[in-house]
Design a protein around this ligand. Structure first.
Ligand code: ADP
Ligand code: MG
Length: 257
């Protein structure tokens, strides 16, 4: 077997780091859910995070926008450490857009309001400007005609595209996607992945937790494989899928491919 070059080849230059995690550790009680995580994400890079259920992928995402605190180590966005509270934290959450498996739209707000609210409250944009931007973004993700409806009136795929538009409305520096298509009916998965593909092509910095290996192959600059709270392996997609090094990754891939 040929030697696969890993980690270093796939790691971006530190100078261009937009997101940097250094020796991050996190426990839930006695469970060591993130163990010595070092991860640097360059501006414009698309990193796909894969791994078995319970390996810490969601927790990793949630620490990056400080939905979870960490026990030790450091996280910085664009060279600045994560703020602890208050207005700075709200700004951080706007800078780090997050899209969840369960859409998480505001049920009692219209689609348009879902996409204007954060702009008005956090970014201090006027209502008319926020609406203009919201309509542009909703058109871009293909749900412009749904602007005046409520989330429950939309399909899952449409709701998830609204959630993406809502995050984009804040002009985030980086977008985190935590299994954005896992709750969708199969016929709706592609419409969401296509929006994400386009975002990637447009140069958005993205961290994507997904089981969609087609997306990983075509959109990712790098695949990060996690198991038991650790980054076990990272490589460019071609290398990772054709020649995984670790037994954990081989085992995982044999089950899902
Ligand atoms: P993944 O997204 O890879 O499936 P998670 O990050 O959701 O993994 O969870 C990693 C581990 O941490 C799991 O064992 C999970 O049960 C546990 N865990 C996650 N969130 C909490 C929490 N809030 N309290 C206690 N344990 C948690
Ligand atoms: Mg998860």
């Amino acid at each position: 077997m040929t030697e696969v070059s890993v980690t270093k080849d796939a790691t971006p230059p530190a100078g261009d780091a937009l997101v940097a995690l250094s020796q991050v550790n996190k426990h839930f009680g006695s469970l060591h859910v993130l163990q010595d995580i070092d991860l640097t994400i360059a501006r414009g890079e698309v990193v796909v995070v894969i791994g078995p259920s319970g390996s810490g992928k969601s927790t990793l995402c949630r620490t990056i926008n400080r939905l979870e605190t960490i026990d030790s180590g450091a996280i910085s966005i664009d060279g600045k450490p994560l703020p602890q509270e208050g207005k700075e934290l709200a700004k951080l959450r706007a800078d780090v857009g997050m899209v969840f498996q369960s859409f998480n739209l505001f049920a009692h707000k219209t689609v348009l309001e879902n996409v204007t609210l954060g702009q008005i409250k956090v970014r201090k944009v006027s209502k008319s400007q926020a609406e203009e931007k919201a309509r542009t973004l909703l058109d871009r993700v293909g749900v412009g005609a749904q602007a005046d409806k409520y989330p429950a009136q939309l399909s899952g795929g449409q709701q998830q595209r609204v959630a993406i538009a809502r995050a984009l409305a804040m002009d985030p520096k980086v977008m985190l996607f935590d299994e954005p298509t896992s709750a969708l009916d199969p016929e709706m998965i592609n419409e969401v992945l296509e929006v994400m593909q386009q975002l990637a092509r447009d140069g958005m910095t993205m961290v994507v937790v997904t089981h969609e290996m087609g997306f990983a192959r075509s959109a990712a600059n790098r695949v990060v494989f996690m198991a038991d709270g650790r980054i076990v392996e990272e490589a460019v997609p071609d290398q990772f899928f054709s020649n995984p090094r670790s037994d954990r990754a081989k085992d995982f891939l044999s089950k899902i491919l």
